[in-house]
Design a protein around this ligand. Sequence first.
Ligand SMILES: [Zn+2]
Length: 266
Amino acid sequence: MRVHHLNCGTMRPWGAPEGLVCHVIAIEAGTGLVLVDSGLGLADMAAPGRRFGPARFFVRPAFRSEESAIRQVESLGFVAEDVTDIILTHFDADHVGGLADFPQARVHLTTTEADAALAPRTLIERERYMPAQRAHGPHLVRHEPGDGDGWRGFAAAKELTEIGEGIVLISLPGHTRGHAAIAVDTDNGWLLHAGDAFYHHTQVDGGGQAPKSLLAMERLIAADWAKVIGNHQRLAEMWHQATEDLLIVNAHDPSLLRRAQERNRA
Ligand SMILES: [Zn+2]
């Protein structure tokens, strides 16, 4: 499958000079376009307070309409209705902001994440899941990645065959209660979008030190920090074993986005 790597939301948190992106994948899947995450949307730019909450003062999104998934999908020559399905790593505002721009799309996520977003249990969950982000009534499709065949050592994985072959939802809780990673079998080999399972490439490639402010933010908003640490370790192992046929990206690291875009052009 042909994929496009998009930055659907530049953010400039204090202490992270490289800035952050919202890495969205657009997959040309035969029947239409499939997105992995949706970044920031047009409604966020119109009402940042209601849609993003106080977090906007820390992560400082640029809110540029030309970066929204809808505008970039249009520049690729598609229309909003071509986007049939959106698969979410989780329901934080910087991942679901674009949903309202594709009201007809089915929105796939883990059952646990849907439960967390619709019925938050903890203070962190009540703060992070903004009701305005689902005020348009998205068509949620819940999945329970169980112990099936698994995917490359991840036991809890489910191929989303109703969308297409080679798109796999992998349960990877920690950052949120029902966080997931998504694996896609692309023209250039497998691609793993790890969402917010890690923030900075050094956490998996071991090549240096992530900005302290990013690490502090990651820990502050983690639903289960021990699981986050475990995810870092698993993904680091996978990173070092990865051959040419697997590319690991995450949601916010600009260098991983550039790497994926360059690999697409190569
Ligand atoms: Zn995020």
